[in-house]
Design a protein around this ligand. Structure first.
Ligand code: GDP
Ligand code: ZN
Length: 315
């Protein structure tokens, strides 16, 4: 009897999957027969991050016969109109946004859209504010307010500098033992941070021009990059476009955790917090208990004609 093995899919190329067991080298695997996953129409049955079981063959390759149910996944539509989706990665432990207050400035609008995407995908989100070495006193004050605001909502934040190595040990602790997706505007220092943490690492983050990116959408495959034991980052040009989920307007309010918590006190159970009488969220905004930037970004997102976060790809 061939032996049963478990591993995580770290790369897929057509019909071959590279599967990494915990304590041994990567095995090239194929799928057993026809494999369909119920529920979603996808162009790929297995994605990086999938936990699979496989049997070793005499020729040293493996046959995947089981996929462990996914705890989450991020998708990308194959084309704008297509109903089919491509699963970019599965079983993501955390989505990390790298943001900067200057050079370039990351807006709270962008941060909040990222956080909404993460909520919709059921992925815990965290924010790293990088380039702390270049900020003025005023920017440092803003940063302090921003990070304590997001901490309070429930999103852990870190303030770092790839240049002076400030708090890099905390980023290390953040990543350790997890599968992470790292996103953020071009130029915020994603590659710089990872390169200091993992010397010699050569991720594709940041070195593919975005013009090129847009054209090549459907042909790019994600990979998991193992940086330490049991520690992976999703490596894909698409990493910059984390916001890729369709959200209905009337579910948007579910993805602002502080509003959700407060809304139990709204008069109407399905209060949108826009115009309804007896809205506890608006009272909390007035009282400064809910950040007005968060509330305004919520209203702006509601106002958008198109709730498809595809619109919010990084420029
Ligand atoms: P990416 O596009 O997010 O991967 O950004 P890069 O890592 O390529 O960084 C963009 C530019 O910012 C490079 O010139 C880096 O040297 C610089 N940079 C990155 N992190 C820091 C930082 O913490 N402080 C300063 N001063 N510069 C940084
Ligand atoms: Zn309300």
């Amino acid at each position: 009897m061939p032996s049963e093995n478990k591993g995580i899919v770290i790369k897929s190329t057509g019909s071959w999957y590279q599967v990494k067991p915990d304590n041994s080298d990567t095995v090239a695997c194929k799928l057993k027969g026809k494999f369909r996953i119920k529920g979603i129409k996808t162009t790929n049955p297995i994605a990086v991050g999938d936990r699979v079981e496989f049997q070793m063959q005499d020729d040293g390759t493996g046959v995947i016969n089981k996929i462990v149910p996914r705890k989450n996944y991020i998708i990308r539509k194959s084309t704008k109109l297509s109903k089919q989706a491509h699963i970019m990665a599965a079983n993501i432990d955390e989505a990390i946004l790298v943001a900067t207050l200057a050079m370039p400035r990351t807006s709270t609008g962008f941060i909040d859209r990222f956080l909404v995407s993460a909520e919709a995908y059921h992925i815990p989100a965290k924010i790293i504010f990088n380039k702390n070495d270049i900020y003025s006193e005023e920017e440092k004050n803003q940063l302090e307010q921003l990070s304590s605001m997001y901490d309070k909502v429930g999103y852990p934040t870190l303030v770092t500098s790839a240049k002076t190595a400030e708090n890099l040990d905390q980023i290390k602790a953040l990543l350790d033992g997890k599968l992470s997706v790292i996103s953020g505007h071009s130029g915020v220092g994603k590659s710089a941070l990872l390169n200091v943490l993992v010397p010699g690492l050569n991720l594709r983050i940041g070195d593919i021009s975005e013009v090129h990116l847009k054209g090549k959408h459907t042909t790019t495959f994600a990979e998991l990059h193992q940086i330490w034991d049991n520690t992976y980052v999703v490596d894909t040009p698409g990493i910059k476009e984390f916001g890729l989920v369709d959200i209905e307007k009337d579910e948007l309010r579910l993805y602002f955790p502080e509003m959700m918590r407060t809304s139990v006190n709204c008069k109407f159970y399905n209060c949108t917090h826009v115009h309804e009488p007896g809205c506890a969220v608006r009272v909390a905004v007035e009282a400064g208990e809910i950040a007005s930037s968060r509330y305004e970004n919520y209203l702006n997102m509601l106002k958008g004609d198109e709730m498809n976060l595809n619109q919010w790809e990084l420029k």
